[in-house]
Design a binder for this molecule. Structure first.
Ligand SMILES: Nc1ncnc2c1ncn2[C@@H]1O[C@H](COP(=O)(O)OP(=O)(O)O[C@H]2O[C@H](CO)[C@@H](O)[C@H](O)[C@H]2O)[C@@H](O)[C@H]1O
Length: 527
């Protein structure tokens, strides 16, 4: 740890100066900050929302958006605060970081400092300040070449440990959560520490993507403070390895995922990633729910300052101005044909192979395609080759650019999203909001948020034939202008807002906090 100045300013982080308020680990307190929150209704809770990314500072994909929008949507009812590592983006930001104290280490997990940022809208973000773990080039999960950080087990055990320490009330804060809301494998061990230490604070574990599980060699248990007795098939063992995801699924008081269809799918062998048996058991006990994601007010074509031209429903000239802008950005020729867009992480899940397979038939039909994405090297390479094959008709940007992505939703006629599975998906909702009709595989949240033939096009089989058939239907509608505009209007009418998620989450928080349903008894019986 760097040196610490009391109530002073130190630049030991090597970046923007950080204001230190205290260098002490404050003893266990239960001060006034823990009073019930004076908000709407009686059922307001203090919730710690634990996440590895937040779009305000660092976004890799949809979880970044959710972490920024959902706590804010819930703020009218609850006192929701964020816990996240202090990546270099936070340290280098203009926000003042107040250091509140130190959090001790555990096993081989190092100690760290706990900082706090208060956003201009009042959202409180607790930061784990630990430069050796979190202040790096690259993103929260990978280095700049896309390779996962070797010490991700320690990094995310550190995040989980901090969550449990805050829940224990021994973190020196004047605020103690009544519930932890944990997100994906990176937070899974938090539910474990609560269980192993006997801390009676319940947790909700939300699956944003079951395919990323945080699997590590069993020999790492000791370093991570995972008791040897927990390494069995009913707890954290996954086919001989330690699974962070499974810790969340086993020890979380309740599991949610981000759409109703995906909640059902993950109880089957096809989508369950080897965890379907466990998920099916929890579903049978009413401990697995699907609550769909929403979109926030920043995704509005009437006000979005990233666009070449703002536009509203029926202002198709304004939408066309964005299409022309996108064509110029990607070096495409002038065209009156349909413009297709792909905004995606370039990973197997997203079915880019199918879009690459369908590209020639799109171009032959007079269409153009623009891609923005970053991810697996072979997919990046295949896309570069595709652009070289169809100059002027296919444009590719290997990168991540929020403003450009928004222009693509605004400028395109169709969004291509042939995901193999999709827990919820935000891109198809953003596209609809911006008048771009999604063409997507009928799976997970895509099935729940796209009305086939009304707000987009769905196909059933994950085959090129089925996909191309849906694309052909879309092109036929594109040429039937009245119908096409009617679909655009239906899509833009957009029913998917975070407001709709407030009540289901609030009900769940109430059940879990009041009932304190924990799976501990069931676990004991299974052993
Ligand atoms: N190159 C790029 N440049 C700019 N922006 C880019 C980009 N690539 C992707 N994005 C943006 O990243 C987000 C992607 O979110 P999604 O929810 O569609 O998928 P993701 O698989 O990341 O999320 C996972 O978590 C979310 C949240 O629960 C689930 O909806 C989803 O199903 C699950 O797979 C969108 O905001 C999109 O615009």
């Amino acid at each position: 740890m760097g040196s610490v100045a009391l109530h002073g300013v130190s630049s030991t982080q090597g970046m923007t100066p950080v204001r230190y308020v205290s260098d002490k680990v404050v003893p266990h307190l239960r001060p006034a900050g823990n009073d019930p929150v004076a908000r709407d209704g009686d059922d307001s809770f203090r919730i710690l929302f634990v996440t590895p990314e937040i779009a305000d500072f660092v976004k890799v994909g949809g979880l970044g958006d959710v972490s920024s929008a959902l706590p804010r949507a819930l703020a009218s009812r609850h006192d929701v605060r964020i816990l996240i590592p202090a990546y270099r983006e936070m340290i280098a930001s203009d926000h003042e970081i107040e250091i509140l104290g130190k959090l001790p280490g555990h096993a081989e997990i190092p100690a760290c400092e706990l900082g706090k940022i208060t956003c201009s809208d009042g959202l409180v973000i607790y930061l784990l300040v630990c430069p050796e773990l979190f202040e790096r080039e690259g993103n929260p999960y990978c280095d700049e070449t896309g390779i996962g950080w070797e010490d991700n087990d320690i990094r995310f055990a550190r995040l989980s440990l901090a969550a449990a320490q805050l829940a224990s009330g021994r973190a020196g804060l004047d605020w103690q959560p009544e519930l932890l809301h944990l997100n994906d494998w990176t937070c899974g061990l938090a539910a474990g520490y609560l269980h192993w230490w006997g801390i009676e604070v319940p947790s909700i574990f939300t699956i944003h993507n079951l395919a990323y599980q945080g699997l590590y060699d069993m020999s790492r248990c000791q370093a991570l403070g995972v008791p040897a007795s927990a390494f069995n098939m009913h707890e954290v063992e996954y086919f001989g390895q330690l699974s962070f995801m499974k810790a969340g699924l086993v020890y979380g008081s309740h599991i949610t995922t981000v759409s109703a269809t995906y909640a059902r799918e993950i109880t089957t062998p096809q989508f369950g990633c080897g965890l379907n048996g466990l998920l099916d058991q929890r579903a049978a006990k009413g401990e697995l729910s699907g609550i769909p994601n929403g979109i926030d007010d920043s995704w509005d074509p009437r006000t979005d300052t990233h666009l070449a031209q703002a536009f509203a429903m029926n202002d198709w000239r304004g939408k066309r101005a964005n299409a022309e802008h996108v064509r110029r950005l990607f070096g495409l020729g002038v065209s009156s044909g349909p413009l297709f867009a792909v905004v995606s992480r370039l990973v197997h899940q997203k079915g880019l192979d199918l879009t690459i397979g369908a590209a020639e038939s799109i171009v032959r039909a007079g269409g153009q395609i623009v891609f923005i994405g970053r991810g697996e090297m072979p997919v990046e390479k295949a896309l570069r080759n595709l652009a070289a094959r169809f100059p002027g008709a296919i444009g590719v940007n290997i990168g991540f650019d929020e403003g450009e992505a928004r222009c693509m939703y605004a400028g395109s006629d169709f969004l291509l999203m042939p995901s193999r599975f999709e827990p919820c998906g935000l891109s198809q909702m953003y596209a609809q909001r911006f008048g771009s009709l999604p063409i997507a595989h009928r799976t997970g949240g895509l099935a729940d948020t796209i009305e086939d033939g009304v707000t987009g096009f769905l196909f059933d089989e994950m085959t090129l034939e089925s996909y191309i058939h849906a694309i052909q239907r879309a092109i036929t509608v594109f040429r039937a202008t009245d119908l096409f505009y009617a679909m655009r209007r239906a899509a833009m009418a957009g029913r998917y807002h975070w407001r709709q998620s407030i009540e289901p989450y609030s009900q769940l928080y109430r059940t879990v906090v009041r009932g304190s349903e924990t799976p501990h008894a069931a676990l004991a019986a299974a052993r």
